[in-house]
Design a protein around this ligand. Structure first.
Ligand SMILES: Nc1nc2c(ncn2[C@@H]2O[C@H](COP(=O)(O)O)[C@@H](O)[C@H]2O)c(=O)[nH]1
Ligand SMILES: [Mn+2]
Length: 483
């Protein structure tokens, strides 16, 4: 019998880990010192073979060095704020494109920064070879728009119907029936990116739309005259959990494959078990989100007593792949896909909202050198939410109040905030001028407007955090600064 210790294994060149205990037990059970030494020597040789194989696997996944590809920006600045926005978007795109997987990039006419420099901007599109970057499709995976047209409905009745069916704000609900299909849960249970919490939230967040700029909009089609309901939301808490799990896996790869890449631009190599599972997870999230829109529209139709006569939808925070291109993954963080190879379940019509007081555009397009298969997904912001509120306070002085801004900006609209509090950062002035974005979209040949849904009214969450102590303090400070 010999008495080897963990230190003897370390001295032999082994790295401490769960295999140490069983190895020591085997070595110490050997009949003599020579036999024990042979067991350790074999273990060292096996560890070296595994380390070499792992190094080869990592080397095969590491993209070859190359110069960052060129990128385009379709912004046409019309004011000082827009010039500053263009500079910020250019800065972030230049850093982003150094990510070694990226082969092409473009920023849409609604682009604005969304994080520290190097983060893909809102309105950004990038193509990655053999890699899925969770940080480049946004935490709100599959944020999307869904439209239903009715032949004989009145706009107010349609808005009342969706108001009664829907739920805005944080958290979930327990009164929405029917819930998502059972087969979605079977797919979630079989996918490693869905934690227990993600599955739970897939159930409780069904029938909800969240907050921020998610909305339910009712308007009338200029082309057909049909009253059309449009909802805008993403995958709620479930998608956020999948995103978080994806970022954790991507971070492990980043540390080995590309430590110089920013954490936010980490990726999961596509041709791995994890890459394939993450791609499948994105498709499950997409199916849940589409079903969530559809369920709310069905509920509104039931309450209206109307059969829908037309339906279409598109996502704008997602990863797209054209099978004809193999392993190129197009990441859109706030961009509308128009290339038919990206669109498995539409007839080519896509939906671009601008603000609650402007028409929602129905657009169609095809892949061009300028847009690479994408169009803008909205109007975008030049200022952050806080900076926009501060600007209004400065301009209006003592006349500023949320109610005064609301009255001025929603005149003639049936604009509703679900929680009862106005959210100034969601009123039309918070967004870029719709005309500028639309003109740039058409000038750059990104997409063509085929119809416009003229606004009747909209519902959004509203400012449910208005009375939070941090908000009261911040607003008081901004009012004092504005004089
Ligand atoms: N028709 C409406 N459009 C709106 C409203 N609030 C925002 N928006 C537009 O949506 C896009 C998309 O936003 P994102 O969250 O996906 O980045 C945004 O740029 C705005 O132009 C609204 O109430 N009604
Ligand atoms: Mn969105």
């Amino acid at each position: 019998m010999t008495h080897l210790t963990g230190q003897d294994l370390i001295d032999a060149g082994l790295v401490p880990g769960p295999a140490f205990g069983p190895l020591l037990a085997r070595a110490n059970a050997a009949p003599d010192r020579d036999a024990a030494t042979a067991i350790v020597r074999d273990a060292v040789a096996a560890a070296k073979v595994e380390a070499d194989a792992q190094a080869a696997r990592v080397a095969a996944l590491r993209p070859p060095p190359r110069d960052p590809p060129d990128f385009q920006i379709h912004l046409d600045p019309q004011s000082e704020d827009e010039v500053a926005n263009l500079e910020a978007v250019s800065r972030t795109m230049a850093i982003l494109m150094r990510t070694p997987t990226l082969e092409a990039g473009v920023a849409m006419p609604d682009a604005c920064p969304a994080g520290p420099p190097g983060t893909i901007p809102v309105g950004g599109v990038v193509a990655a070879r053999g890699a899925i970057h969770p940080g480049m499709h946004s935490a709100d995976i599959c944020c999307s728009l869904y439209a239903t047209a009715f032949e004989g409905a009145e706009p107010k009745a349609a808005l009342d119907a969706i108001h009664g069916a829907t739920h805005f704000g944080p958290g979930g609900r327990h009164d929405f029936d029917p819930g998502p299909d059972a087969d979605l849960f079977e797919r979630m249970e079989a996918n490693p990116f869905f934690s227990d919490r993600a599955v739970k939230e897939a159930r409780s967040h069904f029938g909800t739309q969240g907050d921020g700029n998610h909305f339910a909009f009712v308007g009338r089609s200029e082309g057909s005259g049909r009253v059309t309901l449009v909802t805008h939301h993403g995958s709620r808490g479930m998608g956020a959990q999948v995103y978080k799990a994806g970022m954790e896996v991507a971070e492990r790869y980043r540390a080995q494959l590309s430590p110089g890449t920013a954490k936010v631009n980490a990726w999961i190599p596509w041709d791995t078990d994890e890459g394939r599972a993450y791609w499948d997870a994105l498709q499950i999230v997409r199916d849940w989100t589409k079903a969530n829109h559809a369920a709310l529209h069905d509920a509104a139709a039931r309450s209206l007593g109307q059969e829908p006569v037309d339906r279409w939808w598109n996502e704008h925070n997602f990863v797209f792949r054209d099978d004809a291109e193999g392993d190129v993954f197009w990441h859109a963080k706030g961009a509308t896909p128009v290339h038919r190879g990206f669109l498995p379940d539409t007839d080519g019509r896509q939906i671009v909202p601008l603000n609650m007081g402007a028409p929602i555009l129905v657009v169609e397009g095809k892949r061009t050198d300028a847009g690479l298969g994408f169009a803008p997904h909205g109007a975008g912001r030049n200022l952050s939410r806080t900076a926009h509120t501060r600007r209004l306070m400065e301009r209006m002085g003592a006349a500023y109040s949320e109610e005064a801004v609301f009255a001025a900006e929603t005149d003639g609209l049936d604009a509703r905030f679900f929680c009862g509090n106005v959210d100034v950062s969601e009123l039309p002035s918070a967004y870029k001028r719709p005309e500028t974005v639309t003109a740039e979209m058409e000038r750059a040949n990104l997409a063509t407007v085929t119809d416009r849904i003229l606004p009747y009214g909209a519902i959004m969450a509203g400012d449910w955090e208005r009375d939070a102590p941090w908000r009261r303090k911040r607003d008081a400070k901004m009012r004092r600064a504005a004089g």
